[in-house]
Design a binder for this molecule. Structure first.
Ligand code: G3H
Ligand code: 13P
Ligand code: ZN
Length: 359
């Protein structure tokens, strides 16, 4: 059994200079597909669960899926993370169900739509950090609002994100504020706003530095060299999968995601967790469409799901190799969450102190 905390995993990634993709999971098929890629490449994984996923699949079902994955893939360190927690209770109930890490997204209010003040973000994030650390769980905070620098719009169509338009200053994390935020909240990882957004429609053309502000990552890393940076909205929306989707009855308009090369550049400047949901959705549903269009008499769901799982595994493998995650699962000696709690209590795990965790 190898359930790892985000903090230990990202400290290991920082020591060895790699990034870890955090894949969203809603069901058994996604779990098996991601873990197959992890086994094939010897990669540790982060499985993250949105509030929507918890409602869709039921907390107990998800907890049992995670337990099953640990039994099937005992050699893989698995971090189970709450994605975009909106309240103290969302985060604590996730920990109750065995999550080893939570994101308290205090950049938005509990409605997951209204941008908050810096002071309100600090207050709720610090409280969740205090509670999570008591039991050894890790916490990710967010400063700045995810949204497009092209249009000023958020990604409210996913049910998470502000409505209307924001100006550039709210769409970019301020590096000075980031330094204060980490000090005041004691987060283990910091999600930054750099012009990415959730979903398939991130950029209308191949992104340049005007709309994908990688320089913000470099500035935050220069001020906070020991803080693990998180990139949200980091699907690359591969053109080859858009083509399969559109060639079989789909209707995805021209769109561009975050280039893998840019993420790799981010990893050189402190990015350790890279959030990916859309790429797996797109690859899986493109395969559903292909089977439906080419094998019209097929009605066994497994004939749709198996190619979809293979497609998701291929995307995961590619990212694990590109981000340098591959080859690291077997190098990690997982620390029990109770031991993490002891270290937080003794003050050993301030943001500027890594932990020795290589095997
Ligand atoms: O936070 C965004 C992720 O893509 C999760 O999306 O809320 O539709 O599960 P979801
Ligand atoms: P994508 O929509 O780019 O996959 O982003 C997912 C994400 O950030 C989940 O928190
Ligand atoms: Zn996100």
């Amino acid at each position: 059994m190898a359930r790892i905390t985000l903090r230990q995993l990202l400290d290991h990634a920082a020591e060895r200079g790699y990034g870890v993709p955090a894949f969203n999971i809603n069901n058994m098929e996604q779990g098996l597909a991601i873990l197959e890629a992890a086994r094939a490449t010897d990669s540790p994984v982060i499985l993250q669960v949105s509030r929507g996923a918890r409602t869709y699949a039921n907390d107990i079902m998800l907890a049992k899926i995670m337990e099953a994955l640990e039994l099937i893939y005992p050699e893989i360190p698995i971090c189970i993370h709450q994605d975009h927690g909106n309240s103290v209770s969302t985060c604590l109930s996730a920990i109750q169900h065995g999550f080893t890490s939570v994101m308290m997204d205090g950049s938005l209010a509990e409605d997951a739509k209204t941008p908050t003040s810096y002071a309100d973000n600090v207050a709720i994030t610090r409280e969740v950090a205090r509670l999570a650390h008591m039991v050894g769980a890790s916490i990710e905070g967010e400063l700045g609002c995810l949204g497009s620098l092209e249009t000023g719009a958020g990604d409210a169509e996913d049910g998470h994100g502000f409505e209307g338009r924001l100006d550039r200053s709210m769409l970019l994390t301020d590096p000075d504020e980031a330094e204060r935020f980490v000090e005041e909240t004691n987060v283990d990882a910091l999600a930054v706003a750099i012009g990415t957004s959730h979903g398939a429609y991130k950029f209308a053309r191949r992104p340049t530095s005007a709309v994908l502000a990688m320089d913000v990552i470099e500035k935050v890393h220069a001020r906070l060299p020991h803080t693990h940076i998180v990139m949200h909205g980091s699907s690359s929306v591969p053109e080859e999968w858009q083509e399969v989707f559109n060639a079989h009855g789909g209707d995805m308009k021209e769109t561009y995601g975050v280039p893998v090369d840019e993420i790799v550049r981010g990893i050189r400047h402190g990015v350790r967790k890279i959030n990916i949901d859309t790429d797996l959705r797109l690859a899986a549903v493109a395969e559903f469409r292909r089977i439906a269009a080419t094998q019209k008499s097929e009605f066994d769901p497994r004939k749709f799901l198996k190619p979809a799982m293979a497609a998701m595994t291929a995307v995961c493998r590619h990212r694990m190799e590109a981000f340098g995650t591959a080859g690291n699962a077997s190098r990690i000696k997982v620390m029990a969450i109770a031991e993490m709690a002891r270290r937080y209590a003794s003050g050993d795990l301030a943001p500027s102190h890594g932990i020795a965790c290589a095997a």
